[in-house]
Design a protein around this ligand. Structure first.
Ligand code: MG
Length: 212
């Protein structure tokens, strides 16, 4: 069956917006000074830090007593939302005969987010790097997600926001790709995606319209 593989954070779900919602609530609870929400977002380094490094950095920056701990993840996960547009795009793709697979780098919180926003019944297979032992851009994670979804890797598409993990991973798996540019320009030193799009829903439209 036709197969659409998708990344999770900043592709299907707005990770930065969720982090901002969490940070806003946290800063208010702890009565942190003005500008603290931006400071917390800065310490996230756009997800480049591990969660433990993020917690340490926030504790150092604000001298928190009691310290922030990894228990924040429960509140953070609860800040994620699935947009109506993204949900509708998944439903449309499935009704057009596509299987949907999620291939995401990360750990258990990725599954917690998926469950929190109600994504699980909208997709056919999920692969999470730290739980499955293979990490994008290794094409193994895409292939595993594809197998779980019961879709054909031949003729498949990958949608994602990360030029290396998602798009070079797609090239390595031999599948076409849509890059969510999110206001950026494509890095010139990397093999470009098949197409670029400005939202997940627009990316799905591109895939459904593309010749087989
Ligand atoms: Mg992403």
């Amino acid at each position: 069956m036709a197969l659409l593989i998708t990344d999770l954070d900043e592709t299907l779900l707005e990770r930065r917006a969720a982090l901002r919602r969490w940070a806003t609530g946290f800063a208010a609870d702890r009565e942190l000074p003005d500008g603290s929400v931006e400071g917390i977002l800065e310490e996230d380094r756009h997800g480049a830090r591990t969660r433990a490094q993020f917690v340490d950095a926030v504790n150092r920056r604000f001298g928190l007593r009691p310290p922030l701990t990894l228990a924040y993840l429960a509140d953070y996960v609860a800040c994620f939302e699935l947009s109506d547009a993204a949900a509708a795009a998944l439903v449309e793709a499935r009704s057009a005969g596509w299987r949907i697979a999620i291939a995401t780098n990360g750990d258990q919180p990725q599954l917690d987010k998926i469950d929190h926003v109600g994504l699980r019944p909208l997709v056919d297979g999920i692969a999470v790097s730290d739980l499955d032992g293979v990490r994008k851009p290794d094409p193994g994670l895409l292939l595993l997600a594809a197998r779980r979804a019961g879709g054909d890797i031949e003729g498949a598409w990958m949608i994602g926001d990360d030029p290396v993990n998602d798009i070079q991973g797609a090239h390595a798996a031999g599948v076409r790709s849509v890059w969510l540019r999110r206001g950026r320009t494509w890095p010139v030193d990397l093999e470009p995606p098949t197409v670029e799009a400005t939202s997940f829903a627009a990316a799905v439209e591109d895939v459904l319209r593309a010749p087989g």
